[in-house]
Each structure stands twice: as C-alpha cells, then as structure tokens.
Design a protein around this ligand. Structure first.
Ligand SMILES: [Mn+2]
Length: 474
C-alpha cells in the first residue's frame, strides 16, 4: 500500500506554514476534538511542533462553533491548527481567522468552500474514504513523518484514532486502506504485533476474568464491568483463572479452552438478546503495542484508545494528551481511575435504559430520549453499545438525545454497517435535519451527531424519521 501522490502533496503544503511560524517564534494554537482520535491527533501535532523546537497550546473542544472560534481568536494567535474537526466549519473558520494562518487536519465531511488562508488536509479531497480507511490521527501521523522521518515512532498513536473511530472494519476486525500503510510501518519498526484471537483488553497481560470485565466493546451484558460475574462465569465453564500462584492471561489458554470460552460467551450473549454478528465481534485482530510496558493499559491498542476515549468523555482530556506525549507515571494512574469511573457510569446508564422501555420505535428509526438522565458526553457511547449489541432487531438507526447544560440538546446517531448499503448517510441526515431546526449536525455515515435547541427535539426527531424513510431503500 502506497500513499497516493496527490495526498502526499497536500501534506507537504502544510510544512512551510508551520515552520515559518516556528521560526518567527509564534506559539501554535492547536484545537482538537474531544475523543480518542482527537486526543491522539492533537498529541501527534503537539509532539511534531515540540520536536521542531516550537511552542504550542493544545485545547480540546467537544465541538466547533462560533463561541469556540471567538475564544481562540481572543488569545490572538498567529496560527491555528484544527485536528479531527474543522472541515465541516470551513467558512466560519475562514471568516473568524481572516488575518491568521489556519491548518486543518480532518477526515470528516467537507462543507462549504475552503477560504484562501486555510490549508486543509482531508483525505476526502483525494478520494480516500475518511470514514473507514484513515482517521485524523493517521492523517496527523503521515504529516508528522513527512516533516521528519524520526516521527515514525508515533505510528502506533496514528492507529489509535482509527481504533477509536471504529475503523477496524476489515476482515477479522482489521484495518483497510491507508490505515494498513501505517500498520505496515508500525510492524516494520517493531512497534506493533498483530494476532487474531479473542479481543479482550489485556490479551497477554491481564488475568482472564479482568480482561473480560474490562472490555466494553463489545459490551457483554452481565460481564462487562463485573469482575465478580466474570470469575463465576469462568468457574462455571471450568477454566482455571490461576496456574499455581500465577494468574492466567488469555494468551495462556489452550486452544481447547479458548473454544470453550468462545462458545460459552456466544451462548451467554445470545441469551441476553445480542445478535450473532455482535457475538463474532469478540474475535478479531489484536493489536499489541510492543513499545509499551506489558503491565499498562497502553499495551493493547484498543484499550489505549478506549482509555483516551474515557479521558475525553469524563472531561479529563489533558491526562490523555500527557500520556500520548510520553508521560508514563502519574498520568497512567489518574487515567486508570478515570476509566474505572467511566465504566461504572456506563453501567448505570445502561441499567437506566433497560429498566423500562426507554427506546421508542418510530417508522424508520429508534429514538432514546435521555433528557438529563445521561451525560451528554456519554449518550453517544450508550447509543453505540445499544446498536452494537444487536438488541435492536430492526435495521433502523438509533438516535439518542441528551440535554446539555448550555440549553441545547446533544443528538447522537448510530447505525449498523448494513444501513449504508441501503443508501443512508447519517452525517448528511443529521446535517439536513439539524439545519431545518436551527441546529447544526454532521459526521460519518454510520456515526453522526447534532446539536439542536431544546424546544425543537420533537420536530427534529420527526424530520429525521422522515428523511430516513425517504432515503432508505429498505
Ligand atoms: Mn476522528
């Protein structure tokens, strides 16, 4: 796999812009998106600037709006870099920063015309699939390596965003497209190891019962987040959790034991209402980061990515950035605490959803109105879990809504991969429906979001249902 030349050229365009400001001693203002991909992306650019001898300030934001742009402008930067968002907000960015240089590293839908002062690096411009084949962290990594070959040590971080954005949609949960280029590099530099197996976090480092309990994607009802239940579950199928004094890891199991574990898990998941495709999701390509200490949650690529995601959702993104920049002391302990709290919160929310029939089925969508019951930062995660478990039997996207403290409603839309074959693009649908009701929306085909005024929720949902009905060929 090679990088297409035209994409390589756009990466080149951004280099002199950054170097010029570093030479002039201007601090670089980096604004990044509040998720695993955003944190990884912002960190890669920060590290690249640091290594060029420049100074920077990295800020994490949930979304781009005029308020955020104004806040950045008030700090009077000479150059602003947006990572993992920006392409959906080109015109306002151009208007706000008309005297500054702006660089955007993104892989989301591009809306509007690119203003003169903006350098945009978005694989979609080069006909590369930004939903599946490369995330913002990958774009930032390729840029970092174009700046200086020594930045190749960041290859694993370049893949973290792809795992966070669920781009592991190839055979056996593997990467496709440009992500495989980054993967090949990481393998050849000795940073990465690939194995196909049960994908529970801590494949070769954690006691089995803990690996089971720690994994939240797929979310296994009754086992995810419940170490006690996992111990009982393993006992029940006669898999020893210890050998002598030593706790056994998944990699220590015999083939026979692995088969037994897989079939017991399948039966358990089916009995909990999960569908067969979500059962198959527990096997896949395991990405082991060989440059990380075996005892840490950073050793497993998916776990590293979900740790960053937890930091973002729990409003502690700076811990994630410290880790990506190389802090291996305090930050890891803090992050593990954040992950614990996060997992507990998800469990509580899922219990709330299941307590009553909270999910309404409309003609073409499912709708979960969480009000103030679910944190707006986490409502999308809940939608993904509900969608991924296959508990929603129809091939309809799920739209979830949570009230935000700023008077808006945060909307998350998630769909099964199969909906794309039926002609749906949730990002475009969110954009269209939100614009009809004084909100804004966008995103990828199977995962998207929107913000709308609080009094518009019913009309908004009605519009979404109508648009999906109209566009869908189901
Ligand atoms: Mn992303």
């Amino acid at each position: 796999m090679d990088i297409p030349q035209d994409f390589l050229n756009t990466l080149q365009h951004a280099i002199p812009v950054i170097k010029k400001h570093i030479e002039e001693g201007n601090p670089i203002s980096i604004i990044t998106h509040n998720d695993a991909d955003g944190i990884a992306s912002g960190s890669i650019i920060s590290k690249t600037i640091l290594r060029l001898g420049g100074s920077f300030k990295t800020t994490v934001e949930k979304r781009l709006d005029d308020q955020v742009l104004k806040k950045v402008l008030d700090e009077k930067p000479k150059i602003v870099v947006f990572t993992d968002f920006g392409s959906g907000y080109l015109e306002n960015i151009g208007k706000t920063f008309n005297e500054q240089d702006v660089i955007i590293f993104d892989h989301h839908l591009i809306t509007g015309e690119k203003p003169q002062n903006v350098t945009q690096i978005n694989p979609l411009e080069n006909n590369i699939d930004g939903s599946r084949e490369i995330a913002a962290s990958g774009v930032c990594y390729l840029f970092a390596k174009t700046v200086d070959i020594r930045n190749r040590d960041l290859a694993n971080i370049g893949l973290i965003g792809a795992l966070g954005d669920q781009q592991d949609k190839g055979n056996q949960k593997s990467f496709t497209g440009l992500n495989t280029f980054i993967e090949e590099e990481a393998l050849s530099y000795g940073l990465l190891k690939k194995t196909v197996d049960l994908i529970f976090y801590g494949y070769e480092t954690r006691p089995i019962y803990r690996a089971l309990a720690y994994t939240t994607s797929p979310f296994i009802p009754g086992l995810s987040g419940r170490e006690d239940n996992c111990v009982a579950f393993l006992n029940h199928i006669s898999i020893d959790i210890k050998k002598g004094d030593k706790m056994r890891c998944l990699s220590d199991l015999t083939e026979d034991e692995k088969k037994r574990l897989f079939s017991a898990l399948s039966n358990h998941m089916i009995s909990q209402g999960c569908d067969s495709s979500s059962v198959h999701d527990i096997i896949g390509t395991v990405y082991t980061f060989k440059n990380e200490a075996p005892s840490t949650p950073l050793r497993d690529g998916r776990e590293y990515s979900s740790l960053l995601n937890a930091c973002a959702r729990m409003n502690r993104p700076s811990i994630g950035i410290s880790i990506c920049l190389g802090d291996r002391n305090e930050s890891i302990k803090e992050a593990e605490q954040v992950v614990d709290d996060y997992r507990r919160k998800i469990g509580t929310y899922l219990d709330w959803v299941r307590e009553k029939d909270r999910i309404k089925e409309l003609s073409s969508i499912y709708f979960l109105d969480a009000g103030f019951e679910v944190d707006e930062n986490i409502v999308g995660v809940i939608a993904s879990i509900l969608q991924g478990q296959g508990i929603l039997k129809d091939l309809k996207p799920i739209i979830s809504a949570a009230n935000s403290n700023d008077g808006t409603i945060k909307i998350s839309a998630r769909g099964a991969d199969a909906i794309i074959q039926h002609g749906l693009h949730l990002g475009k649908i969110m954009q269209e429906a939100a614009e009809q009701h004084q909100g804004s929306g966008g995103g990828h085909d199977v995962a998207a979001g929107a913000f709308i005024p609080q009094d518009k929720i019913n009309e908004f949902i009605k519009s979404v249902d109508e648009i999906v009905s109209r566009q869908s060929t189901i």
